[in-house]
Design a protein around this ligand. Sequence first.
Ligand code: MG
Length: 99
Amino acid sequence: MNKFARAKLETEQQREVMLITQEECAEVTQAISKVFRFGIEGEHNGATNRDRLEEEVGDLLCMIELMIEHGIIDGNSVAQAGLKKKEKLAKWSNIRSAA
Ligand SMILES: [Mg+2]
């Protein structure tokens, strides 16, 4: 088996989880764009841009959990990467943990 064949996902469910995760990433991107264009409290069809952002972030968190549950990625590695990202942000940005 060559390295490309080994890199393929194992099941149809894993492929579907990845496909929908990809879509949800795009929906989060769109929701953030609407916040920048029209403000966090900007309203359209009875929902604010904050409402839409919360919904799409929730969708994405669900898909991330499913990627872990389906063995596509390792939860501990994801948690470690998150900690490393906070260190990088502290060094290279003005962002600090609010907690
Ligand atoms: Mg969505």
